[in-house]
Ligand binder design. Structure first.
Ligand code: GYE
Length: 311
């Protein structure tokens, strides 16, 4: 009780009642699962989650955060669509003494403007994907096409960097085309179609690196339609580990994925609850795991397991 009184005097409550969540949208299966898991976590903890879908637009996210501040929520979760342009709105939240927690993507603002960030090591994910390819082709010539995530988003920037780090020493591997597919299935399909056309049908493309599984799944369709064999003629490596990539793996259409947990909210609520209970400061970055999966890892079992996880 004393601690509660002391914190009430500091302008915080002893526990979070209402949390605003500014979500990017529903561009990918992973994103939809993250939304579901966040809602489930809030419900299990008796927290009133105010959800706002920004339809991929930063201006909508900024408006949502301002509205959460005006409502006087206890905390705000944000999955920031791009990395830049957050300073003013984060300062407004800080002035209102409302802690902000970043989910899955980073911002370039001063870290003092948010309580913590929950996410994976996005550079490392790209390195894991690239290293898989280096090992898989074992010295053979390999021309790679790359489907990048949303331009200006931290996963697009970092996953591009990580992959390049991994292939740097491999002179046999070269990225010949790179374009954004905006993290969507339709974007992945469309851009892969243009890659295949630009590459004279695609017979000389050795591998596709996609910054998420959804773009890879769209690309697999495009490759099939072009009369090539995805997973064999063109190796497919991507990131997220959504259920459908395991289906593709079990059919021989995909070769490797790096797991990203959709449960960013669990650690975020834990950190928030500890902070509000007694002022415990969390680490600035709470890192989730990045595990590589290939067809040897029981893809159908992984598919089923994820179906129970909120996907
Ligand atoms: O990999 C992708 C999504 O921000 C790290 O966003 C996340 C990415 C995830 O749409 O599927």
């Amino acid at each position: 009780l004393m601690a509660g009184v002391a914190f009430a005097a500091l302008g915080t409550a002893a526990s979070a009642q209402t949390v605003g969540f500014s979500q990017i949208g529903s561009e990918s299966g992973w994103r939809a699962a993250e939304t579901t898991v966040t809602q489930q976590e809030a419900e299990a903890r008796g927290i009133d989650l105010r959800f706002s879908d920004a339809q991929q637009r930063q201006e909508n996210q900024i408006a949502a955060i301002r509205s959460f501040v005006a409502q006087g929520v206890d905390a705000i979760f944000v999955a920031p669509v791009v990395a830049t342009g957050w300073d003013s709105v984060l300062e407004e939240a800080a002035e209102a003494e409302i802690p902000v927690i970043l989910l899955d993507r980073m911002v370039d603002s001063d870290p003092s403007l948010y309580l913590t960030a929950v996410g994976s090591d996005l550079v490392h994910e790209g390195e894991v994907a690239g290293q898989w390819l280096v090992d898989e082709v074992g010295g053979e010539e390999c021309r790679v096409v790359e489907l990048q995530g949303t331009t200006g988003s931290s996963p697009a920037i970092d996953r591009a960097t990580g992959f390049r780090n991994a292939i740097e020493g491999a002179d046999n591997i070269e990225i010949v085309r790179s374009q954004t597919g905006d993290f969507t299935r339709s974007g992945g399909k469309e851009v892969m179609e243009s890659f295949l056309q630009a590459e004279g049908g695609g017979a000389d493309i050795c591998a596709l690196y996609a910054h998420n599984d959804d773009m890879a799944l769209g690309a697999i369709q495009a490759i099939n339609e072009a009369g090539l064999n995805p997973g064999e003629d063109i190796l497919i490596v991507s990131i997220d580990a959504v259920p459908d990539i395991f289906l593709a793996m079990s059919e021989g259409d995909a070769n490797a994925t790096v797991e990203l947990t959709p449960n960013m909210a669990g650690p975020a609520f834990d950190a928030l609850e500890a902070y509000m209970a007694d002022g415990t400061m969390p680490e600035k970055f709470i890192q989730t795991d990045s595990q590589l999966y290939t067809p040897e890892d029981d893809p159908m079992g992984e598919y089923e397991r994820r179906k129970d996880l909120g996907y």
